[in-house]
Design a protein around this ligand. Structure first.
Ligand code: ADP
Length: 648
């Protein structure tokens, strides 16, 4: 949505005169909210305005540089790409100038008048007043350009799009609207002129600016130039100098980059307010040459699930090529942010070339491999004492990662057959062992020697899973059971089939294959035989609902439970599919009886077929309830239950 021009005709007020071509526009409502947030909540972090504006300027130069690859004329005479910081004492202004791509009139209006990213807009609308004070939430969508108003009471943007002669001026005091008018500027690019607030005038001095630049923007790959005082003899001279290292961070030796630099680089790359959780900085040499710097965020952005874009920028020989290089990052790794710089791809590489190029596949393999190694290292690290916000605390970075991004690992297990093996070791589940998270390697290592399979049960909640009748005898025998509560878990297990040559066995499907002695086996067969008249009668009574009725060794405390065929869908899988709007035919399942349960023994004594039918239906319905399903006919269920209570 573009803001509406509310005034195209000249307005003449007591203090301002506007030319006939000045237009006034109102900000989109969400921009006003961001502006008020910026000014009210971020006050104590206001130096970040410079990082944000320099980062925009560097992006604009990247874009121009990319364009110049195919069209040499765009550079013209102005070949030295750079960012300039201009301190004007007399005017009280600090200008951030770039000779990048520039903006047209329309771009000024839409880029600096609306929040384009629909996700950010949605987030903004959904936040409560309390949440809006939370810096980490604000950081999730980045305040970018609007952070200018942290230090300026008036901001003027003068811009000339590369290849155009038109210059446009955007100006605002952040009071709900902005002006757009034609202006003057020598070459292409953008000036962001900040009229500094009284208490921000410190940024008119050399050292405060230098300090902020070296703290936040030292790694920016374009030179940041500023005029500084040089005392030579008696005379004070001003001369231009470059105040950053202007060397892309990833091209430096690993040992040369410290944590603080990584934090700042990551923040400007991702617009995330939090430092990253972990990162990997790698160089590949040999047939292919490649440098990469990949970060795992601490927190999942609010739109990470819907967002299909990759967070990795592609560079070729230090030249920025594209922002979301999906071809070099599998979709399940879309939470990773960073850069990849290839020496082998052609500079004029397009999406089409990328899709076919063998180098692309090599790069992708490296990105996956290095990220997996990073995650494996985190997983091996366990709980560690670390400094968080200046305080030493015990943290398990892998579990922190798992809480935020575990679903992407599952997505990877499902879709990425090549990475499946390594990914499966990174999965974490709840289990009957204790309330913690458990990996499959640890589960297998704990298995008693007679246990052959990895057992699991799926339910809508941890509580339902824990009290599921299906796992009663497994628990009694000391077999650990994985408790799956995420709706996609069973599909992940189905995709894996086995881990470390141990099959996954659902506690609610097929036969359990419990480790048993010959004696136990004979006993079970004897019970089955003894109860055959009951199971046959029940089968008849419940014919429309169940496939078979049989005696089970699954239960110890409950009288009955329902199980699916070994290769059929579980009740939960059916429910998940139905909830997602799929049509799923109800499959008849198997009703299993606990031969030792008093209720089942009583059933055997019932001679009246009507009472027997009622009891059977009740048993069936309570088996449904225990697994989290609804009784087949809730009204009939409550009628039968009431009748039974009456009789008692
Ligand atoms: P973000 O950079 O996160 O998209 P901003 O609010 O900082 O958000 O900027 C909005 C948009 O304005 C940018 O995406 C870019 O298109 C444009 N923009 C900002 N600064 C410049 C600049 N110096 N040169 C060209 N375009 C710019």
């Amino acid at each position: 949505m573009r803001p509406v021009a509310i005034l195209v005709a000249p307005i003449v007020g007591p203090t301002q005169t506007m030319s006939a071509t000045t237009e006034k526009h109102v900000f989109q409502a969400e921009v006003n909210e961001v502006l008020s947030l910026v000014v009210n909540s971020l006050y104590s972090h206001r130096e970040v305005f410079l990082r944000e504006l320099i980062s925009n300027a560097a992006d604009a130069i990247d874009q121009l540089n990319f364009k110049a690859l195919t069209d040499h004329t765009v550079l013209g005479e102005d070949k030295e790409l750079r960012i300039e910081l201009i301190r004007d004492d007399a005017a009280g202004t600090l200008t951030i100038r770039d000779n990048g791509i520039g903006m047209t009139r329309e771009e000024l209006i839409s880029h600096l008048g609306t929040i384009a990213r629909s996700g950010s807009k949605k987030l903004m609308q959904s936040l409560s007043a309390e949440q809006k004070k939370d810096l980490t939430l604000i950081g999730q969508f980045g305040v970018g350009f609007y952070s200018s108003f942290l230090v300026a009471d008036s901001v003027t943007v003068v811009s000339r799009k590369a290849g155009s002669d038109d210059v446009w001026v955007w100006e605002s005091q952040a009071k709900g609207d902005f002006e757009v008018r034609p202006g003057e500027r020598a070459g292409r690019g953008t000036d962001v002129i900040l009229r500094l607030k009284e208490d921000a005038k410190d940024y008119l001095n050399e050292w405060p600016v230098r300090e902020v630049v070296s703290k936040y923007s030292d790694y920016v790959r374009w030179p940041i130039r500023m005029e500084v005082e040089r005392s030579g003899g008696d005379e004070k001279k001003r001369e231009w100098t470059t105040i950053n290292q202007a060397r892309a961070l990833w091209t430096r030796a690993k040992s040369e980059v410290d944590d603080a630099q990584h934090h700042e680089f990551y923040k400007s790359l991702s617009r995330d307010w939090n430092p990253p959780l972990a990162w990997t900085h790698f160089k590949v040499e040999g047939a292919h040459e490649l440098t990469g710097l990949l970060y795992v965020p601490q927190k999942a952005p609010f739109d990470v699930v819907e967002r299909r874009k990759s967070g990795v920028k592609l560079f070729v020989k230090r030249v920025f090529i594209m922002d979301d290089a999906q071809e070099i990052v599998p979709e399940w790794l879309r939470f990773v942010r960073g850069v990849v710089d290839s020496e082998d791809l052609p500079l004029n590489v397009s999406r089409e070339i990328l899709q076919q190029d063998a180098t692309t596949r090599f790069i992708k393999k490296q990105v996956v491999g290095k990220t997996l190694t990073l995650l494996e290292e985190l997983a091996a690290e366990g709980e560690q004492e670390r400094e968080v916000d200046g305080e030493k605390t015990k943290v398990d970075r892998y579990l922190q990662f798992w809480g935020e991004f575990g679903r992407f690992i599952k997505e990877g297990v499902y879709h990425d057959v090549d990475a499946r093996d390594r990914l499966s070791k990174l999965l974490r589940f709840r289990s009957t062992k204790n309330d913690g998270w458990h990996g499959l390697q640890a589960y297998v290592a704990r298995m008693p020697s007679e246990q052959k399979a990895i057992y699991y049960v799926a339910a809508d909640s941890l509580a339902t899973a824990k009290s599921s009748p299906h796992i009663e005898s497994l628990q009694k025998r000391g077999c650990e059971v994985l408790l799956l509560t995420d709706s996609i878990d069973e599909w992940i297990i189905d995709a894996l089939r086995e881990f470390d040559e141990k099959a996954f066995v659902s506690a609610s499907k097929g036969a359990l294959d419990l480790p048993e002695t010959d004696e136990q086996k004979q006993q079970k067969e004897a019970k089955q035989k003894e109860l055959t008249p009951v199971t046959d009668r029940m089968q008849k009574a419940l014919d429309q609902h169940v496939k078979t009725v049989r005696v089970t060794d699954r239960l110890t405390d409950s009288p009955a439970c329902l199980v699916s065929d070994e290769h059929g869908m579980s009740a939960r899988q059916e429910r998940v599919l139905r909830d997602a709007g799929h049509e799923v035919p109800t499959q008849k399942r198997i009703l299993e009886l606990n031969a030792d349960h008093p209720v089942v023994k009583k059933l055997a004594e019932l001679s009246d077929e009507t009472t027997f039918g009622d009891w059977s239906a009740l048993l069936y319905d309570q088996a449904l309830l225990a697994e989290g399903s609804l009784p087949s006919d809730p009204a009939a269920f409550s009628r039968r239950l009431t009748a039974l209570m009456n009789r008692a």
